[in-house]
Design a protein around this ligand. Structure first.
Ligand SMILES: [Zn+2]
Length: 109
């Protein structure tokens, strides 16, 4: 059985003043491909529709969630923020791809 991953802190240059402690991890870079898709730039609100399956990061605190490309983002009660962290907003970090028909496919590269 695999041991739980130990999360390392993000390099200081990648953390904002109130950023959280960790970043998404991967082992094999051949399973990831960089994308310039504007979907990665959009801050998405709690309870909004999830536009594509993937890993999303809260822009206020760095909390990450993995979501299918169906349904809604967690509501505002998902986790607590200090006033300095601002409101919860979700930003796409990793979009998943699949051979399974929509809604699991990412909508473009
Ligand atoms: Zn947060």
């Amino acid at each position: 059985m695999a041991l739980p991953l130990r999360r390392r802190a993000a390099p200081a240059a990648q953390r904002g003043a109130f950023r959280s402690v960790s970043m998404a991890l991967y082992k094999y870079s051949n399973y990831l491909q960089q994308s310039k898709n504007a979907s990665f730039d959009l801050p998405l609100q709690p309870s909004a529709f999830v536009p594509c399956a993937g890993i999303y990061r809260c822009t206020g605190c760095g909390t990450e969630v993995a979501l299918e490309g169906i349904g809604m983002f967690p509501d505002r009660s998902h986790h607590a923020h200090s006033p300095a962290q601002g409101p919860i907003a979700w930003q796409l970090v990793v979009a998943t791809s699949s051979t399974v028909p929509a809604p699991y496919l990412h909508g473009g590269t």
